[in-house]
Design a binder for this molecule. Structure first.
Ligand code: FAD
Ligand code: DLZ
Ligand code: SF4
Length: 514
């Protein structure tokens, strides 16, 4: 007898090549997609993220139907909605009586665990298929990682370049003779740097309906819902990719670390939300960047820098996540316990750099990498904020955030809470770094060159306080001896003044006056 299957597509699995869809019998199988409250509530979400996921889900369901699939789509407003993914799978299984249920491995541990308990309740087999949209399987990552003392991204990345033949020459050497062209990247932003305009998409009836739904159902949600410019279909996401490759990639490397007031995007691709939701495939992004370089349309430092983010960092953080979960989520190597200050939600602070990064976050559900790492992340690291609270904030506020990618970036890269599994030294920096790489300090109530007193930039005293607090851990770090030599040269009186100033900043942070 022919078998029927219930096939599940989650909100970040919107890919025609999804393993749970491949091989579907269009006449017999049903594809289930469900908007459920549980997925909007496990952390406080940005309303733009919810709207993006729902609109992209609805468009994807329409595309599946147009291609002849049977789709059961449950909207948030559906009166029978049980509001959890497992609840909807059980309800669909009861209605449709499939012979098996098929799902592609989810991107978050909590859902994978949930599917394991679902197995017991279902009464029919549940197949959890590996997610082949990624370029490195769990087994391949473990084979690379096993036996290594340190899991450095740069070594992983070289392996991935060889395995996938990207930016490689026929004789097995890296294109241009080097693996990494960062020495040519990361320039200080020149005065008046502004980026080319970005494309945006006309909102169709589906998106308008979703925006109304989100407005109605999440009146207290975080962030601004409108204007809403996101691509919500693969076709639109591909147009964004083409625009990035043609117009922005050539200068992507140069200004990758630059931060400019009023310029939330600069030369960044804005493609993370799309590739993470499944509207783009990572390999096509890398191939297009390589082709642009080979055609002389983008310099090698730009193409290599972009490819390293996707083929290197993106796959590497996923490997770290699945290798070290579930314990990874609870790591707090620096023993940081300050609560997350309210300014992360309100965006209201006298620190211009934080205000700017938070403004971008509130308005766009986006902030580019160096702002996430060296402004909001660096501040949380220096101020000793509880990693769990910081993690939940990052997971909710960005349109591209799913735990597999967000957690290692937050806990490992920004907060060093994993004790250095990902980064050999903490990404801790004083106001001097932000002043060099941004235009923010000119509009700030504080002075990046001052460390104590009313005008003191909070990043300065907090930096030295961080250094002093963690002497036992970092003084033996081969990349930090000069920091401790500088601290020791300061003398007792200066050290005490800096630590008292840091305490005053922490107090101001807590009472909302920083
Ligand atoms: P671009 O600068 O144009 O980079 C190109 C692509 O490379 C991105 O689209 C993304 O897919 C990939 N990429 C770049 N850096 C990373 C990285 N460190 N890890 C994984 N992929 C990377 N990225 C997410 O996709 N989701 C997150 O939830 C997320 N949380 C982060 C939290 C913190 C604290 C930090 C420091 C970084 C985080 N990142 C996250 C990584 C990075 O900041 C974003 O991928 C990037 O800002 C997305 O913008 P973009 O598409 O314009 O990136
Ligand atoms: C992020 C998100 C949101 C807001 N809502 C839904 C939803 O209603 N239904 C759904 O299937 N997926 C949603 N998602 C994405 C899931 O949370 C995502 O699949 C997991 O975070 C795993 O990466
Ligand atoms: Fe940020 Fe300090 Fe510069 Fe102000 S002075 S923008 S707080 S780095």
């Amino acid at each position: 007898m022919t078998q029927t299957a219930l096939r599940i597509v989650l909100g970040d699995q919107l890919s025609a090549r999804l393993p749970a869809i491949a091989g579907a019998d269009k006449a017999r199988d049903t594809i289930l997609m469900a908007e459920v409250a549980a997925e909007t509530q496990y952390v406080r979400h940005h309303v733009k993220k919810i709207a993006f996921v729902f609109s992209a889900m609805r468009h994807f369901a329409e595309a599946l139907k147009a291609a002849g699939y049977r789709v059961r789509y449950v909207t948030l407003d559906d009166a029978l909605n049980s509001h959890s993914l497992n609840g909807e799978i059980l309800r669909a299984a009861a209605d449709l009586a499939p012979d098996r249920v098929i799902v592609t491995e989810p991107g978050e541990w909590r859902l994978k665990e949930g599917f394991e308990t679902l197995r017991l309740a279902l009464g029919v087999p549940l197949d959890i298929l590996p997610d082949t949209r990624f370029l490195c399987s769990h087994d391949a990552f473990d084979r690379w990682a096993d036996g290594r003392r340190e899991l450095r991204m740069e070594h992983f990345y070289r392996d991935m370049r060889r395995r996938h033949g990207i930016l490689m020459e026929p004789d097995g050497t890296p294109s241009g003779g080097r693996w990494n062209f960062d020495a040519d990247n990361r320039k200080t932003p020149p005065g008046g740097l502004s980026a080319p305009g970005r494309i945006s998409f006309r909102r169709d009836a589906i998106t308008e309906t979703v925006l109304d739904l989100v407005e109605r159902r999440f009146p207290d949600g975080f962030g601004r819902l409108r204007p809403f410019h996101f691509a919500v279909t693969r076709r639109q996401a591909l147009r964004e990719l083409e625009h990035f490759i043609a117009v922005l990639l050539p200068r992507f490397g140069d200004y990758q670390d630059a931060m400019v007031a009023g310029e939330p995007y600069l030369y960044h691709s804005l493609l993370s939300a799309y590739v993470n939701a499944g509207l783009l495939y990572p390999l096509e992004m890398c191939r297009k960047a390589e082709a642009a370089w080979r055609a002389g349309q983008a310099p090698l430092n730009a193409a290599e820098g972009f490819i390293r983010q996707i083929l290197g960092w993106r796959e590497y953080v996923r490997g770290i996540y699945w290798r070290f979960m579930p314990g990874y989520r609870d790591e707090n190597a620096l023993d940081a316990h300050e609560p997350l200050p309210w300014l992360y939600w309100s965006g209201q602070t006298r620190m211009a750099c934080m205000r700017e990064a938070l403004r971008h976050t509130i308005d766009h559900a986006y902030s580019h990498h160096i702002q996430r790492l060296m402004v909001t992340g660096n501040f949380a690291l220096l101020a000793g904020i509880d990693p769990r609270a910081v993690h939940e904030w990052y997971l909710g506020v960005y349109a591209d955030a799913y735990e597999w990618v967000e957690l290692p970036n937050t806990l490992g890269m920004a907060l060093h809470a994993d004790g250095g599994r990902m980064a050999s030294k903490p990404y801790a920096a004083s106001g001097n770094y932000i002043n060099r790489m941004s235009t923010f300090c000119t509009g700030c109530a504080y002075d990046p060159k001052v460390a104590t007193g009313d005008r003191a930039c909070p990043f300065n005293a907090l930096y030295w306080d961080f250094v002093a607090r963690h002497r036992d851990r970092f003084s033996r770090n081969a990349r930090m001896p000069y920091v401790y030599a500088t601290w020791d040269r300061m003398g007792k009186a200066r050290q005490t003044a800096l630590r008292q100033q840091a305490e005053a900043h922490r107090k101001a942070m807590a009472d909302g006056t920083l």
